[in-house]
Design a protein around this ligand. Structure first.
Ligand code: ASP
Ligand code: MG
Length: 460
């Protein structure tokens, strides 16, 4: 079971989470818990780091004081006796590390990606011992574990790639004896470490991924992600008031929805459960009686579109190649740059006769792509025949998702019809040959209407 930041946001939420865990962690039901930092903590740590890099001592020391207050408050409300003193001492030690790192950043006026991972994941090393102590107080034996000792990654700091096989061995070696001993391990989310022990992180929202790594390694019977919503939804409820929770999805459908902006799950986190065939459930810790969304590999005969995903802040780049250059070379060049910069594309389209390649990326990656294109284009533009670059900054991507679209005629016509009736211009279109999703690029301003129209068209 993984609990996100809002499920451990303050003393009350921690208590509610402990109740959920105690309800399930009965005899004969071994359970591993993965926990995020308390709500807002990761954000605060990142803000502190960038303030420190700019020698804004006031800001980072205020943040440090606030983090001390927040965690000590939860401690004093929930714990007592020697356990409380021990957790308080741990909190103090970790916040000293915080002070040391921030002082270091301001001294050298620089925040390296490597140090930032240690700093930004301090929150998880505060929440895990707190929750473990609380479970002990409720009569469960529980042990806090640092995932930096369990999950081995490469050294792409900030968004490290997991080496599953060696991680699996460590996870089993460390956690199985605890489970056999009737303990509930409470593992820090988000964190991993390189082979030589340097702390890394799995990307923002990475605790979901931590949970599926542990679940696949053990292996678990099921992986439950406790969050603050009822499950994955048919559309973003801020755009579509009629959106509702989807009780069941396939791994591929859920991955597609997370990739295109559903914030509920980390986009990479379903790969391992899919391979291992482990069902994943999304549950609401604010409403544990509700069933949430079940994600698994069963075949279902649900026809057509199951949900509309959307990303409202994207940029579309169009690259015009020289007519003489094979399209595949143009594509190879452009994608090698994107790969080198770790940029993920949302939608890709090609027009071979004209040698035009278009792709949409998240807006946060836009500047990086622009800089790279400008750099590669000059000075030897003619060397590889780039004829031009066009950039459309304010676009959104709307995606119809459903395994049942495969082999069903007429779905594309309904998608386009629903958009056309509103007079919305479609800038680019892509459908994978897996027929799992159809993506449309529209202007950002048109996105909410387009999402609503498609949601209605398919009676979601
Ligand atoms: N605490 C980390 C973050 O806010 C990881 C997580 O919550 O999943 O990104
Ligand atoms: Mg999350």
């Amino acid at each position: 079971m993984k609990f996100g930041g809002t499920s451990v946001g303050d003393a009350d939420r921690l208590a509610a989470t402990a109740r959920i865990i105690c309800d399930y962690a009965r005899e004969g039901c071994p359970l591993v818990v993965v926990v995020s930092a308390m709500q807002g903590v990761t954000e605060a740590l990142l803000r502190a780091a960038s303030a420190a890099g700019e020698r804004d001592t006031q800001t980072w020391s205020d943040i440090g004081a606030q983090l001390r207050r927040q965690h000590r408050e939860a401690c004093s409300e929930l714990l007592a006796g020697p356990d409380r003193a021990a957790v308080e001492a741990q909190i103090e030690a970790r916040l000293r590390t915080f002070d040391e790192f921030c002082s270091g950043f301001s001294l050298v006026r620089e925040v390296t990606a490597r140090s930032l991972d240690t700093l930004s994941s301090i929150g998880e090393t505060l929440s895990a011992p707190l929750l473990a102590a609380l479970l002990r107080r409720e009569g469960r034996s529980a042990t806090a574990c640092d995932a930096a000792e369990l999950i081995i990654t490469d050294d792409h700091f900030g968004d490290a790639a997991v080496m599953f096989e060696p991680s699996r061995q460590r996870i089993r070696h460390r956690l199985l004896p605890l489970l056999e001993d009737g303990q509930v391990p409470v593992v820090t989310g988000f964190r991993g470490a390189t082979v030589d022990g340097t702390c890394t992180t799995l990307g923002r929202g990475g605790s979901d991924y931590s949970a599926t790594i542990l679940g696949a390694a053990l292996p678990a019977d099921e992986i439950w992600i406790w969050t603050d919503v009822d499950g994955m939804m048919t559309a973003d409820p801020r755009m579509v008031p009629a959106a509702r929770v989807i009780p069941e999805l396939s791994y591929r459908e859920a991955s597609e929805l997370s990739f295109f902006g559903a914030k509920v799950l980390h986009p990479k986190c379903l790969d391992l459960p899919l391979r291992a065939g482990i069902p994943v459930r999304i549950r609401n810790s604010f409403g544990p009686e509700r069933l949430g969304t079940l994600i698994d590999g069963r075949r279902r005969n649900q026809p057509g579109v199951r949900a509309i995903a959307s990303t409202s802040s994207a940029e579309l780049f169009t690259i015009f190649g020289d007519k003489l250059m094979p399209f595949s070379r143009l594509a190879a060049l452009v994608f090698s740059w994107l790969d080198a910069d770790h940029v993920t594309t949302l939608v890709v389209t090609q027009s071979s006769a004209e040698n035009v390649l278009s792709f949409a990326v998240n807006r946060r990656d836009g500047a990086r792509v622009r800089r790279r294109l400008e750099r590669e284009r000059s000075p030897s533009e003619t060397a590889w025949g780039l004829a031009g670059i066009e950039e459309l900054p304010d676009v959104g991507v709307v995606v119809a998702v459903g395994e049942g679209m495969r082999g069903t005629a007429g779905i594309a016509a309904r998608i386009f019809g629903s958009i056309a009736r509103l007079g919305i211009n479609i800038i680019a279109i892509a459908q994978g040959s897996s027929e799992l999703s159809v993506s449309l690029v529209v202007r950002s301003a048109d996105l909410p209407e387009a999402v609503r129209a498609m949601h209605e068209e398919f009676g979601l």
